[in-house]
Design a binder for this molecule. Structure first.
Ligand SMILES: Nc1nc2c([nH]c(=O)n2[C@H]2C[C@H](O)[C@@H](COP(=O)(O)OP(=O)(O)OP(=O)(O)O)O2)c(=O)[nH]1
Length: 129
């Protein structure tokens, strides 16, 4: 099981999704920005580190949301998600191919990683503060 953190970053009613680098696993698919937990790191530290590394933003207002497990063909992931409403800095494309701010209801227009669908569906159901 690999442990991963992901940020659900809100701008008004839209959320940010990012297109994975073509040369990495699941290249070209869309995800919530984040990445793998490192040894000795809390999930909160991991989320903040990854979002700084990938998007150059410093997270200020965030809360833990839910964790969800998913089994891909060759490995399992546990993704810990955070709701993010406030950050410092402009979002930059550092590692991803592209980013989009989407209305969560429009998720089916994107090839989103299967493990992320529970988060997006829960947001659509309005199950968040
Ligand atoms: N970052 C991120 N990874 C996700 C999400 N959903 C999901 O299944 N994953 C999977 C894809 C990857 O196998 C793993 C995260 O690894 P990563 O690609 O961010 O980290 P990494 O740079 O170390 O990647 P690599 O070693 O696998 O190439 O979790 C998500 O929303 N965000």
């Amino acid at each position: 099981m690999i442990e991963v953190t992901a940020g659900i970053i809100f701008k008004n009613d839209k959320i940010l999704i990012a297109k994975r680098p073509y040369d990495k696993k699941f290249g070209g698919k869309w995800e919530l920005p984040g990445g793998k937990l490192e040894v000795g790191e809390s999930i909160e530290e991991c989320m903040k580190r990854e979002l700084k590394e990938e998007l150059n933003i410093s997270i200020r207002g965030h809360e833990y949301y839910i964790s969800s497990d998913h089994e891909y063909d060759t490995f399992k992931v546990r993704i810990h998600s955070f709701l993010i409403r406030d950050y410092i800095g402009e979002v930059l494309l550092i590692e991803h191919e592209d980013i989009h701010w989407i209305n969560p209801e429009d998720y089916q227009n994107y090839d989103i990683l299967a493990a992320d669908l529970p988060f997006i569906k829960k947001i659509i159901r309005g199950e968040y503060e």
